[in-house]
Design a protein around this ligand. Structure first.
Ligand code: PMP
Ligand code: GLN
Length: 395
């Protein structure tokens, strides 16, 4: 064992697993890991059940259920006007995670550089490291978590293979504007860098903000790989069905990894989802999604308005960042553990922001911020507000 060297020496258990386990251990209200505490629509559950009863129980095709890929292509065209082929440009995998991972292993060679915009989702860094790539961390703007174009321009080099963006961002809830997408296109016009755009919370945009995808920017389409997840938009994170859209050449390469990694996933889920999305129930569900989550965000923020928490309302997604610097100076990991372990099951589990800042050459960030998941029933949200208002004031 002494000669054996870990490939990921600095990686422990993810903060999401850690905080959900702590919530369970202390009987705390769990608003940490990102999942709803309500079920997917009944019609969808029935259609998945029916798909099983109809015999969709063996391997789905390696690229995914064709009906579902056709729905994705139609949806992409409707949302962005981009035409993509369900045959050669769409692949279904075990959640967006498996495809993000496959894409990074496929595209990044040893010595390539990958740019991430921090704070960012925790999966990117270890995937880049396993591929032998080097990470360049570009901070998002401090005030609104939007793109810092100058900083990105400075980090860009001939070695840059991939830029990973997350529209909208987990944890910050910030999204992109069309001007920012245009700026990115202009910045990259002479570069060979590809873009991996992680869009798992895609349609959930609030206050009438357009639900932009990287595919809305025509010049970026050729160099962009997009990932998305049915887990988020159908309230079914446990089903782990996600998809990837990429130009044919990149799809062919990414499928070489996907076919030996995940290969094929959840046949009855794929079939049931395809049936649901083609139905009027599916249409109604998607049409109502942004409004449904906006109400939840607003309920949470109304409950905290006037308190010692400070925040900028999330523009999209299902997370809200809350700042506690006005009443506590302690480190974000320490406070989240402390608040989770409050006596007699009165605690609340939240996610500290620091795990979203990759260690590599980033400034040592000491956020006094936590992330709360508002994909919860109103009773959970109300209980969450109560507990957030009761955390100890240390100043
Ligand atoms: N990207 C982001 C930004 C996420 O928040 C998550 C987790 N929900 C994923 C990817 C992974 O999605 P999935 O559960 O479909 O693998
Ligand atoms: N994406 C989810 C979150 O941000 C967690 C998924 C996971 O636990 N890996 O909370």
């Amino acid at each position: 064992m002494a000669l054996w060297k870990s490939k990921l020496p600095n990686v422990g258990t993810t903060i999401f697993t850690e905080m959900s386990a702590k919530a369970h251990e202390f009987g705390a209200l769990n608003m940490s890991q990102g999942f709803p505490d309500f079920n997917p629509p009944r019609a969808l559950r029935e259609m998945v059940y029916q798909a099983m009863m109809d015999g969709h129980n063996q391997y789905a095709p390696m690229p995914g259920n064709l009906k579902l890929r056709e729905w994705i292509a139609t949806d992409v065209k409707r949302r962005t006007q981009h035409e993509c082929s369900p045959i050669s440009e769409i692949t279904i995998g075990a959640g967006a995670s498996s495809l993000i991972f496959a894409a990074i292993q496929t595209l990044v060679h040893s010595g390539d550089e990958v740019i991430v915009l921090a704070p960012c989702y925790d999966l990117y860094e270890p995937a880049v490291r396993l591929a032998g790539g080097g990470l360049r961390v570009v901070p998002l703007k401090q005030d609104d978590f939007h793109l810092d174009l100058d900083a990105l321009g400075k980090a860009l080099s001939r070695k840059t293979r991939l830029i990973i963006v997350n529209i909208p961002n987990n944890p910050t809830g910030a999204t992109w504007t069309m001007d920012e997408l245009d700026d990115l296109a202009a910045l990259l016009s002479d570069s060979n860098a590809l873009i991996l755009s992680d869009e798992v919370y895609g349609p959930m945009h609030y206050d009438r903000k357009p639900a932009l995808s990287i595919l809305h920017q025509h010049e970026l389409r050729e160099r962009s790989i997009v990932t998305a997840s049915f887990g988020k938009i159908l309230h079914a994170t446990g089903w782990k069905i996600g998809y990837l859209i990429a130009p044919m050449h990149w799809t062919q390469e990414i499928r070489k990894v996907h076919q030996y990694d995940v290969f094929s996933t959840g046949a009855p889920f794929q079939e049931g989802i395809a049936r649901f999305l083609a139905s009027s129930d599916g249409e109604t569900h998607l049409e109502g999604l942004a409004g449904f989550y906006q109400e939840k965000r607003d309920r949470l923020l109304a409950g905290l308005t006037g308190s010692s928490w400070s925040f900028t309302p999330a523009e999209a997604g299902y997370f809200q960042v809350l700042d506690y610097s006005s009443f506590d100076d302690r480190d974000d990991r320490e406070v989240t553990h402390n608040w989770c372990a409050q006596s007699k099951g009165q605690g609340i589990a939240l996610i500290p922001l620091s795990p979203f800042y990759p260690a590599t050459d980033a400034e040592q960030k000491k956020p006094r911020q936590v992330r709360v998941c508002f994909a919860k029933n109103d009773t959970t949200l109300d209980e969450g507000i109560e507990r957030l208002l009761q955390v100890p004031q240390m100043k």
